[in-house]
Design a protein around this ligand. Sequence first.
Ligand code: UDP
Ligand code: MG
Length: 340
Amino acid sequence: MSVYQTVRPVKWSQPPRRSLLSLVVPVYNERAVLPACVARLSAVIATMQVHCELVFVDDGSTDGSAEWLRSCNAPNCEIRTVILSRNFGKEAAMTAGIDIARGDAVIVLDADLQDPPELIPAMVSRWQEGADVVVMKRRSRAGETWFKRASARAFYWLLNRISDNEIPENVGDFRLLSRRAIDALRRLPERNRYMKGLFAWVGMDTCVIEYDRAPRAAGRSKWGFLALLRLALDGVSSFSIATLRLATLLGLVAASLGGLLGGWVVYKTLVFGEAIQGYPSIMATLTFLGGIQLLVIGILGEYVGKTYLETKARPIYLIKDIVVADAAKAVERGEHARQN
Ligand code: UDP
Ligand code: MG
């Protein structure tokens, strides 16, 4: 008798599972716009074939957004609300939402309806055609000041000159990521999360859809000049060490100029003799070099600081509470798979 037994293939009695789409929405003091946001999202979801879950991340709001979200419900989708312990910033809030999302694909969009939910079906169909990442490129930036537009332009120009991966201009966080892309993104553990850069680093089959960015539906923008400047500095220093190389280059240029000047001074003294003159040139050289040294120390400090923050290895965000609306509990029990 043979010691081997035939292994019968297992028959799966469950029908194939319909794919799940997670919509991740970071929320910080958006009470004024939340009802409209949920209404528009669920109207769009009603028209779609895929199953959806809504993941709201309350990023330490102080205007009652979290309380509103706790009691919010939608007829046609599951709502999970992640309430963070304080305000961690949009990048951390998005990370929390992406970590919690269980979808086969995830779309990140702003609560203020600047990213029109009506475009979601188009993004999903690109994903179903095989794209891992669907990025939404702004054709226009309605409702943004001239200054914001000009500074964004200058920033992307600089960033793309110095960083190794192309970070596309006029592309925000509004995008779809397949499970494959999400899993790749979740392998990047850094605390300093410049999401646009992280998304670009992941790569994968990317498709671009152009859209017109709407003005904010209600409430106020959270990004003042200083917050944007901080984000820009993070973007530059977390994605490249080119600024450190720039420091070396500056040092070289300054040293060469200094050497030439020194040579000229020695030559002049030897040929023409020199009394005690040249105070202006000494001062000019001194301040020039002093400035360059401070600049370079500043650049170094930026990276040392980043390394310090990374070595502390603190969590990117802390969750205070996760609220699951009733319909979502059905999904946790796997009922959405059986319904289809
Ligand atoms: N946001 C957040 N945490 C913050 C700041 C903003 O979660 O610390 C969210 C905010 O609620 C919105 C999105 O990030 O859903 C974009 O913010 P906002 O509309 O203020 O930025 P803008 O569109 O002006 O760049
Ligand atoms: Mg906005």
